[in-house]
Write a protein that binds this ligand. Structure first.
Ligand code: ZN
Length: 449
């Protein structure tokens, strides 16, 4: 045993201790197409750190972030900490002179064409742009649509004689079959202890749109006079999640009722999905300290799950260890377990052209308006409990937040590439305060009414 220990210690001594670790850029010869980038990493605080002879401020934890400008071609950076030296050669590609892009023109068809949506969850958009803010709904596979023409990679879809929308060309297939407008055969509503359920039996699938304020669903391609049917099932009550879509030819809207909240134990029996971002082969961002985002996310998520469970919540952990879970599986797990609240935990990073020293704090993202009051309540309480900077509640089209039926949010706990944020996020005490803020925020949101 002693011999083994001796051998191990000699082995350890024979390797120099590298105090200087660079977390980003990930390689010493990267290609970065930006006017600037940054070095982030961790070093020995007792030695001065320089990049091309300029002194770099080092946080007390050893974390650092330093912005450098890039010229076109090769940029050499020599990083020195004591007698350790690392050399980076960053290539910034020369700007390509692009020929002026011909502005695409709308091409109308002489006659309407029939087509069928080819994949589940196909976005129907209000404009011919592949960007999240213009989604009107998500259509089911097999929904027939009428096409008026094409523009910018999209088909223009006729919803009613005066209403149209757009679908990416590769998400529908032109069909020779002519589709006649659908009939509403039957309508029924029912309830369960948790849901109000509205069902429209139709003679076929139809495109539809969904607006949140006020909550309105419009079914199109109908054989009535207007060619559409508008439906607003509830007016003043707060929304706690819903789902829409076709089951065969039946359009089903499921709306979660306002839950009965016990004011003394607001979290009791509330189903909350906790989604630790990334995992397995997908590490997420790398902290200044070298720690991976996926590990930090899991640690904070596990604390959150444990504390929520202690308060009586029914916690659905999307991942419990360092395993890879696809985005679609994350959504499926939350929806199948009927989560009422979905919280995805992440850490923030920045693109090359921004300065990590100028960004700090916690931000929360939502997609559906129904989740904004929850996001506001949680961020306020995280700021109060931990002193984290207010990096705002923002709208963003993240898949896990967009496709879950729950009140869904994504929390960027802090900037992993900001030396101080990174250090704070690794402190047990700070993690607990963030988690306490999240829980207080959910409790306040639930007891507001
Ligand atoms: Zn992330």
């Amino acid at each position: 045993m002693k011999k083994l220990l001796l051998a191990l210690s000699i082995l350890a001594l024979s390797y120099p201790a590298f105090a200087l670790e660079i977390s980003y850029p990930a390689s010493t010869t990267p290609i970065i197409n930006s006017k600037s980038t940054f070095f982030i990493g961790n070093t020995d605080t007792s030695k001065p750190l320089t990049i091309n002879n300029s002194t770099v401020n080092v946080h007390k934890s050893g974390n650092f972030a330093y912005v450098v400008n890039l010229e076109e071609g090769k940029n050499t950076f020599t990083i020195k900490s004591g007698d350790e030296t690392k050399v980076y050669e960053i290539i910034r590609p020369a700007a390509t002179k692009c020929s002026p892009v011909k502005s695409a023109q709308f091409v109308p068809y002489d006659e309407k064409k029939s087509a069928i949506v080819t994949s589940e969850n196909t976005p129907l958009r209000s404009s011919a742009e592949n960007f999240g803010i213009n989604r009107l709904s998500h259509l089911n596979e097999g929904t027939p649509v009428n096409i008026l023409g094409e523009y910018n990679g999209f088909y223009k879809i006729e919803l009613s004689p005066e209403t149209y929308a757009w679908i990416l060309k590769n998400q529908v297939k032109i069909s020779d079959e002519q589709f006649s407008p659908a009939k509403i055969l039957n309508f029924s509503s029912s309830e369960t202890p948790e849901y109000e359920i509205y069902e429209f039996e139709l003679s076929g699938k139809v495109p539809y749109t969904l607006l949140e304020n006020p909550f309105t669903i419009t079914l199109y391609n109908l054989n009535n006079n207007d060619g559409f049917f508008k439906f607003s099932p509830f007016y003043n009550h707060r929304q706690f999640g819903y789902s829409t879509g076709f089951e065969g030819n039946k359009f089903v809207l499921k709306v979660r009722k306002v839950p009965n909240i016990n004011k003394n134990h607001p979290l009791k029996n509330i189903k909350i999905a906790i989604d630790a971002g990334h995992g397995g082969k997908e590490s997420g961002a790398r902290c200044c300290s070298g720690i991976l985002e996926k590990d930090l996310n899991l640690k904070i998520s596990n604390k959150l799950s444990q504390k929520l469970a202690n308060k009586g919540a029914k916690v659905i952990k999307i991942r419990n260890d360092d395993s890879f879970v696809s985005l679609s599986d994350r959504i499926k797990i939350a929806n199948e377990n009927d989560a009422m609240i979905f919280i995805s935990i992440h850490g923030n990073a920045l693109p090359d052209n921004l300065n990590p020293m100028e960004h700090s704090g916690t931000s929360i993202y939502y997609y559906y308006n129904q989740a904004k009051p929850l996001a506001d309540s949680i961020l306020n309480n995280m700021i109060l409990s931990s002193g984290t900077n207010d990096d705002k509640v923002r709208w963003q089209s993240f898949a896990v937040v967009r496709n879950t039926n729950a009140l869904s949010i994504l929390i960027e706990t802090g900037y992993l590439i900001n030396p101080n944020d990174n250090w704070m996020l690794e402190q047990e005490d700070f993690q607990n305060k963030l988690v306490d803020g999240i829980i207080k925020g959910i409790e306040e949101f639930l007891t507001l009414y």
